[in-house]
Design a protein around this ligand. Structure first.
Ligand code: ATR
Length: 282
């Protein structure tokens, strides 16, 4: 069979997902294609998505901004994790039904552990999640599922951080902090995860938090990958800390989605290096 895959979102002209999934198809020895299906926010999403569903041409697709929540009413079933996170980034057609998953947070955490394998053995590390949007929600949920015992959330708007903290069923200790409080207590944290879009091109000078009190043994991670070296990560480097780059999450969420669609496991091999070069425009 030939796998018909794709990406729904807006804007997606510059998405790296077609390149990533083409590499996976080749590696798995499968026929298929992965196409961009741009749905403009000015069009009726319900009409567009219903048409796509009736056509039954896609075996699976990714969903990105701004449709990760609006896709949910059009699914026939939803994985429990995606349901709790409240967002879907992967849909598979199975027995004529659309089933939704979320591989973002899980992908993020598996990339972080692959980069810092000692984390698999030490779940007592103190983690700070910066931001409380959709990305933060998926990552926070995946950190809880992985068994990390202390995960705090800092956000500009406290109410949104409190909403995310409700995902906690009591196994993890979570405090909600203002950005100022987090900045003052930064030396308490072993891992700091930046989940907002602040610092993304063309606002490269911006950072949602200042890392003056960072300890040099900390791991500092950003989900922004345009640019790869954000202001936030540069501050971490200046403090002598360890960093984790944003493009890894892009690869690992894709790896998990590909497995859902094709039931094949693929390796990332040297794709991280290749993707880095592509993102740097080389
Ligand atoms: P997404 O779903 O893509 O994560 P989002 O839901 O709009 O996007 O969330 C964006 C996150 O970035 C939020 O944590 C937001 O903070 P607020 O909840 O206070 O809005 C954060 N954010 C956006 N712009 C920011 C800025 N200039 N400074 C600090 N935080 C910012």
């Amino acid at each position: 069979m030939s796998f018909q895959l794709g990406l729904i979102g807006f804007p997606i002209q510059h998405s790296m997902s077609p390149w990533i999934h083409q590499q996976f198809l080749q590696q798995a020895g499968l026929e298929g294609s992965y196409k961009r299906i741009e749905i403009h926010p000015h069009t009726d999403f319900g009409v567009e998505i219903s048409r796509l569903k009736e056509q039954k041409l896609l075996h699976g697709f990714n969903v990105t901004v701004p449709y990760k929540q609006s896709i949910i009413p059009y699914l026939d079933d939803i994985d429990q994790d995606a349901q709790e996170i409240g967002a879907v980034n992967t849909v598979v057609l199975r027995n004529g039904q659309w089933i939704g998953y979320n591989t973002d947070g899980k992908g993020y955490v598996s990339a972080l552990i692959a980069n810092y394998p000692e984390l698999a053995q030490n779940k007592q590390k103190r983690i700070l999640v910066v931001g409380a949007g959709g990305a933060a929600r998926g990552i926070y949920y995946a950190l809880l599922s992985e068994g990390f015992s202390q995960v705090d959330i800092a956000n500009r708007t406290i109410k949104r951080a409190n909403e995310i903290a409700k995902l906690n069923k009591g196994k993890t200790s979570t405090s909600v902090l203002t950005i100022k409080e987090a900045e003052d207590r930064l030396a308490d944290y072993d891992i700091i995860i930046q989940t907002t879009s602040v610092g993304m091109k063309p606002n490269e000078q911006a950072s949602p938090i200042q890392l003056n009190h960072l300890k040099s043994t900390a791991i500092v991670s950003d989900i922004v990958y345009q640019p790869l070296l954000t202001n936030f990560l540069q501050q971490a480097i200046d403090k002598g800390a360890h960093i984790h780059l944003g493009h890894m999450m892009l690869l690992t969420q894709a790896q998990l989605a590909f497995q859902i669609w094709t039931r094949k496991s693929v390796a990332l091999d040297n794709m991280s290096k290749q993707l880095k070069l592509k993102l740097e425009g080389r």
